[in-house]
Ligand binder design. Structure first.
Ligand SMILES: Cc1cc2nc3c(=O)[nH]c(=O)nc-3n(C[C@H](O)[C@H](O)[C@H](O)COP(=O)(O)O)c2cc1C
Length: 282
């Protein structure tokens, strides 16, 4: 199911002006419970809360601002976690699986790491300084009529331009781009990473497939991407990529596990590339 969902997914910023049905709400609450208990590859969970809104206003009369980017959301899901590398990756991982589950219900969403009023939500939810709100998502039924804001945001982030397979994935080391046709059983799992969402569509995933059954996951940091943010947003993208990859290997029936590969011998000649974790096929 996940492969098809990932293939059909896109960021949804324009919603129909209709509330979410009671049935769907009950299921979404169940997904939320699961989300709050689920962990990513590094074993951490995060905290997520739903805020129903009408006209962007919550039950307490407060406005959840999104700088005009989101139209007619039925609710927002706000997530909190610790500001460490592994917590942020796990946040990306678990939240993305949740969003794919929503899509299976016919409910759209859009990662928002930048265009929301973080100050207001932080004041409301962040318990202490080590907890941050890395991202939120609006939810609702996709209004598929073309909207100017949606088109503008997609053009702005160049959303429809996904990098080529051989730009992201490598064979043995970073000197050998991996062609799709040569990726064997990993073609679909890697393709699922490639078509995933990423902050400003920067697509920072870089993976090296080695002959001993490992896929080594790296991040290629976009220099100065985070600006004034106090956390590394692109770590969320890595978690999302890992979630897409894992969903696909599970569905295809490739068995394996996440591992930190001590003493990895892959030369890195780009200062922006950093090793994250490996998948070992067993
Ligand atoms: C971590 C993260 C943060 C994002 N933040 C925003 C945001 O603040 N505002 C926005 O409109 N889109 C945001 N996006 C959506 C991306 O722009 C979008 O995923 C990308 O352009 C690719 O488009 P697609 O998701 O439709 O494939 C974010 C995506 C991710 C993964």
């Amino acid at each position: 199911m996940y492969i098809q969902l990932i293939e059909n997914r896109r960021s949804v910023r324009s919603f129909k002006n209709t509330p979410i049905t009671e049935n769907h709400l009950a299921t979404i609450n169940q997904f939320l419970d699961e989300l709050n208990q689920s962990v990513g590859p590094f074993g951490h969970s995060a905290e997520f809360t739903m805020i129903p809104v009408s006209n962007h206003i919550n039950a307490e009369g407060e406005k959840i601002g999104t700088y005009g980017v989101i139209r007619n959301p039925a609710a927002y899901i706000v997530g909190m976690t610790k500001n460490t590398k592994v917590h942020l990756i796990d946040f990306g991982y678990t939240f993305e699986i949740f969003m794919l589950n929503l899509l299976d219900l016919g409910v759209g969403s859009c990662w928002l790491g930048g265009t929301f009023d973080r100050k207001m939500l932080s004041a409301k939810f962040e318990k202490n300084n080590s907890f941050i709100i890395p991202a939120i998502t609006p939810i609702g039924y996709h209004d598929e009529r073309p909207s100017i804001i949606e088109k503008t945001m997609r053009r702005f982030a160049n959303s429809d331009h996904k990098l080529a397979f051989e730009t992201l994935f490598f064979n043995q080391n970073f000197d050998n781009p991996l062609k799709k046709e040569a990726a064997g059983i990993y073609e679909i799992p890697l393709e699922m990473i490639r078509i995933g969402p990423s902050a400003s569509n920067k697509q920072p995933w870089r993976m090296v497939v080695t002959a001993d059954g490992f896929i080594h996951f790296f991040i290629k940091h976009t220099p100065n991407y985070n600006g004034r943010l106090k956390f590394d947003m692109q770590l969320l993208d890595i978690g999302i990529g890992m979630a897409h990859f894992k969903s696909a290997v599970d569905e295809i029936g490739i068995k394996g596990e996440w591992r930190i590969y001590e003493g990895l011998q892959i030369p890195i000649n780009d200062p922006n590339i950093e090793y994250i974790m490996s998948w070992q096929t067993l």
